[in-house]
Ligand binder design. Structure first.
Ligand code: FES
Length: 227
């Protein structure tokens, strides 16, 4: 049984917490790539206790920005996605993919005030049909070469399930073999006959990768996101 202090240490992942600092050293899955259309509606996401907005520019570049505008706190959920950034719906400040304010319509043309305003934004990449972000200090590590992220998107299958729990509960439940064997319903058991059933139901975020040629391989990915 963990002490309350140890429990808090493990389960809190917000900015400035020990686990939050650790998990921010990794690339984190945000959304499936197909969930964001170029120039389309944004998506609210919460990663490591941070409320964020994910979007895709008309040119196809994915971005993640803090949900609330640094000016008066309006939500970017109502923002307008533009080329290379997103514009706040309230007073029109526009922020680039790197979080730098690039336009303030109410400021005179000669004003340099926009250059002094920066908002939370995280770098994003897409691989394996998944959008990833890095929320840690400068100098992100390379995205890991997981087998399924190296295959053509047409050769992989993704599924996603939202689990309303702390990240550690999800990790613990998914990683203990005894739990999987005794508590997992038959329909989620991997069998030779139903590999697709196993992959689709056994995890919130999962990916089965299939080689174009040669033996079949299965890889699981457990999310490191939480609140
Ligand atoms: S609240 Fe966003 S520009 Fe004013």
């Amino acid at each position: 049984m963990l002490s309350k202090a140890d429990d808090t240490l493990l389960t809190r992942t917000g900015p400035g917490t020990a686990m939050g600092d650790l998990l921010r050293r990794y690339w984190i899955p945000v959304l499936q790539s197909g969930e964001l259309a170029p120039g389309g509606r944004v998506k609210r996401v919460q990663l490591l206790g941070e409320r964020l907005i994910a979007y895709r520019t008309p040119g196809g570049t994915p971005g993640v920005i803090g949900e609330f505008c640094p000016h008066r706190g309006a939500s970017f959920y109502w923002g307008r996605v533009e080329e290379a950034g997103v514009r706040c719906a309230y007073h029109g400040w526009k922020f680039g993919l790197d979080g730098q304010c690039v336009d303030m319509p109410s400021e005179p043309r000669e004003s340099s005030f926009a250059a002094k305003v920066c908002h939370t934004a995280y770098p994003c990449v897409e691989r394996g049909g998944v959008m990833w972000t890095y929320m840690g200090p400068p100098g992100p590590p390379p995205l890991p070469d997981l087998e399924w992220t190296l295959l053509p998107v047409a050769h992989v299958f993704t599924s996603k399930r939202v689990q309303d729990c702390n990240w550690f509960q999800a990790l613990e439940g998914a990683s203990i073999p005894a739990t999987s064997r005794s508590c997992t319903p038959p329909s989620t058991t991997r069998t030779r006959r139903s590999p697709a059933t196993w992959t689709a139901r056994a995890s919130g975020w999962g990916r089965r990768s299939r080689r174009a040629t040669g033996p079949r391989a299965s890889t699981w990915w457990t999310p490191t996101t939480g609140c």
